[in-house]
Ligand binder design. Structure first.
Ligand code: NAI
Length: 248
């Protein structure tokens, strides 16, 4: 990994699993002190049991829909240089076509992101990181495309891009850069049901020029780049990591 995040403190929401975990591990391997959060103790225990964590990672419980939980997780931090918002849910089988299901997905994926950004703001503004403090939000291909199956997810991820651009403009003067990555279809627990169902997986792979699922480890390097001093003039950007899915 060509990045050096020694002395840097990083918070990864949704860091217990999938894309967030790969990002947390990559930062730790690059020398950072990392806090990786998961929704509850059971989730954190499953995460720790699934594979050993590298040195430099501390696990923490965080529910981004709860102001109290967000205050508890961020209020006690001494300092923070980088925030990665990877916490997210998708609710299939018609759930997001109900008012409560729709609202729940928006609350986790979009409102939750704003909650953590606001909770981290003052500490990020005090960061001495060369090139500025960094927020990286995880968007999606459904930031661009609608979905007949998961309207809440799609609306939330469209919102993630606009939130990213808005905070980039609002916080540039405080030395905080705000960017997003938009992964294509990645092998994680969130897409397990799709991977297991050939009728649903085939159209995804047919539409992806590289004809395969992406890996969480293939998303992480872009997040490290966007958070590094090499990206000092990049803010408000959305970087697609999608095997070409959005190219045509
Ligand atoms: P995952 O299911 O492996 O991980 C989700 C993470 O979010 C877990 O750490 C979980 O504890 C956390 N989480 C769930 N609800 C939470 C809450 N209320 N408060 C705090 N944390 C909560 O999923 P995956 O695939 O790693 O997804 C990570 C992010 O990447 C999500 O934002 C997802 O929308 C996004 N994404 C995933 C894609 C994929 O193909 N897997 C594609 C594009 C975006």
């Amino acid at each position: 990994m060509p990045f050096d995040f020694g002395q840097r403190r990083v918070f990864v929401t949704g860091g217990s699993s999938g894309i967030g975990r790969a990002i947390a591990e990559a930062f730790a391997r690059a020398g950072a002190q990392v806090i990786a959060s998961g929704i509850d103790q059971a989730d954190l225990a499953a995460s720790a049991a699934s594979a050993p964590w590298p040195e430099g990672v501390r696990l923490c419980e965080l529910d981004v829909t709860s102001d109290k939980s967000v205050d508890a997780a961020f209020g006690t931090l001494e300092s923070l240089d980088i925030l990665v918002n990877a916490a997210g849910i998708i609710q299939r089988d018609g759930v997001e076509h109900t008012p409560s299901g729709f609202a729940r997905t928006i609350d986790v994926n979009l409102n939750g992101m704003m909650r953590t950004c606001l909770a981290a703001r003052a500490k990020l503004a005090s960061s001495s990181q060369s090139g500025g403090a960094s927020v990286v939000n995880v968007a999606s291909m459904l930031s661009y495309f609608g979905s007949p199956f998961v309207p809440g997810y799609s609306a939330s991820k469209g919102g993630v891009v606009q939130l990213t651009k808005s905070l980039a403009a609002a916080w540039a003067g405080e030395g905080i850069r705000v960017n997003a990555v938009a992964p294509g279809w990645i092998r994680t627990p969130l897409t397990a049901a799709l991977q297991a169902d050939d009728n649903r997986a085939r159209p995804i792979l047919d539409r992806t020029p590289m004809r395969r699922w992406g890996l969480p480890e293939e998303v992480a390097p872009a997040v490290l780049f966007l958070s590094s001093p090499e990206a000092a003039f990049i803010t408000g950007a959305v970087l697609n990591i999608d095997g070409g899915y959005s190219a045509f």
